[in-house]
Design a protein around this ligand. Sequence first.
Ligand code: ADE
Length: 213
Amino acid sequence: MKIQIISLFPEMFEAVFATSMLWKASERGIVEYSMINLRDYGLGPRRQVDDTPYGGGDGMLLKPEPLVAAIEYAKSQDPSAVVLLPTPRGTTYKQSDAKQLAADKNGLIIICPRYEGYDERVTAWVDRQYCIGNYVLTGGELPAMIIVDSVVRLLPGVLGGETSTEIESFQDDDVSIEFPQYTRPAEFQGMKVPDVLLNGHHAEILKWRNNTP
Ligand code: ADE
């Protein structure tokens, strides 16, 4: 899966893509990350990417020309890719969206807005707009990382050998909390691991897990 990120701050992704499962996924050839610096598509000698809003208002908006040029470049690299726009105005991003994006296996192009937003006309180049929660962030980079993380971990071969993606909670957008888990030591500062987990009786353990919030 090719994952292309359009951002004014591509360096924000370096550590995230170079760590743990996201890094392993690229090492194993399951995903390929490419960063597209929106500044490279800026206009004029100052590579302008933003401008004041028509009708007035605070702050600056991303201009359509650089964004659309960057999207079209990304599309030329991967014509079947799905174009995603993180925005507080989007539909709430859920586990079922992550599952669908992972199952579709199309590449992803993720636009990371900055400043006070973007010219609405760019949405003509966007397939899906997602809000990752009821709060406002300073840009689309953190939402993009969340989307990438949630999709990549579901791709076959990323979480090696484990069934953890199948048994975990939030499987179908329900809000049931994952069962509590413990590791050694069996007693820590007076707090004991439940006996049922120590006796090796798998049916009982399963029952306990299903019944423990
Ligand atoms: N950009 C700023 N806040 C956001 C949010 N909550 N979800 C998606 N994109 C955003």
